[in-house]
Write a new protein. Structure first.
Length: 173
């Protein structure tokens, strides 16, 4: 019996996406997320959580979406202004052009689902800004798992890593 031929990934030049058996993959997925917040005490209002990822220039596909899910932290009820979610090219305090983003938040799962109507091209550095009503009520180390999805049909998820946010009690001394 002859061995079946090995399946070769097909690169589709027009879309720039790597497709295999009807699914879209990153050739080189993003592998790291940075999480920054300049407001880090409990109950602090006007906090913003900046999640930054860099796409490899050889990613093979543009970024079509992200999920950001709280996986650790004692306060699992602090709400977000979902409609104020934003994204831009660059890093916090080095903001470049805005990137259109659509956001949904499942409060039971503590998961944001983000999609980019104009996919983010390989080689770009993207920052997504999540805005809670206020910081959590309890000090703790909060962790958020980030997963990237390539733009294209049937995107295959690529785990990016965890963003860590430390929330402190105020120093009243």
């Amino acid at each position: 019996m002859a061995a079946a031929p090995a399946l070769e990934p097909v690169v589709i030049p027009a879309a720039g996406a790597l497709e295999l058996q009807g699914a879209t993959y990153f050739a080189r997925p993003p592998w790291k997320v940075d999480l920054v917040s300049y407001y880090t005490t409990i109950w602090q209002p006007r906090a913003e959580y900046y999640f930054t990822i860099t796409l490899d220039p050889e990613a093979g596909a543009a970024l079509g979406g992200l999920t950001i899910e709280q996986t650790r932290g004692v306060d699992t009820n602090f709400p977000f202004f979902v409609e104020r979610t934003s994204a831009f090219l660059g890093r916090p305090r080095q903001q470049g052009p805005r990137v259109p983003v659509q956001a949904r938040f499942d409060s039971d799962a503590r998961r944001f689902t983000l999609s980019f109507p104009e996919p983010v091209p390989p080689g770009a550095t993207l920052t997504v800004v999540l805005k809670p009503w206020n910081n959590p009520a309890f000090s703790d180390t909060y962790m958020f798992q980030v997963t990237a999805y390539p733009a294209g049909p049937n995107p295959s998820p690529a785990p990016v890593g965890f963003g860590t946010l430390r929330i402190y009690d105020p120093d009243w001394r």
